[in-house]
Design a protein around this ligand. Structure first.
Ligand SMILES: Cc1cc2nc3c(=O)[nH]c(=O)nc-3n(C[C@H](O)[C@H](O)[C@H](O)COP(=O)(O)O)c2cc1C
Length: 101
């Protein structure tokens, strides 16, 4: 599955800094799709590294649609081989910061 968002639909934090929410909204949807795929007994992973220009060129993509993610879907291997990154656990202090507010 290829998941797109529509760049013509604005959803911004207009009142403040104008931050766009499209990636966030798409991530929530894609995450739920991944959970449902798992629930159906299938497997997937989020592919975010792809040539979006080529993808748009090769598929008949409607105007304003931005490809956000590809979800390959199949039966998971019975003997999966995890990537090296799977075992590289960062320390919590690398990404959690405590601050006095
Ligand atoms: C935003 C995003 C983009 C990703 N892009 C890719 C990708 O292009 N190729 C890929 O193999 N995995 C991609 N992944 C999948 C991660 O690598 C995956 O979550 C990770 O392999 C989890 O592996 P683990 O369960 O073995 O830790 C992406 C994940 C996220 C959240």
């Amino acid at each position: 599955m290829i998941i797109f968002y529509d760049k013509s639909v604005p959803y911004k934090r207009d009142k403040y800094d104008g931050k766009e929410f499209r990636d966030i909204d798409t991530s929530i949807v894609v995450t739920h799709m991944m959970l449902e795929i798992e629930e159906l007994g299938l497997g997937t992973t989020w592919i975010g590294s792809f040539d979006s220009d080529k993808l748009i060129e090769n598929y008949d993509v409607p105007e304003n649609q931005i490809p956000a993610a590809i979800l390959p879907i199949d039966c998971p291997s019975e003997e999966p081989i995890p990537s090296k990154l799977h075992f590289q656990i960062k320390s919590i202090s690398d990404f959690v910061y405590w601050n006095k507010f």
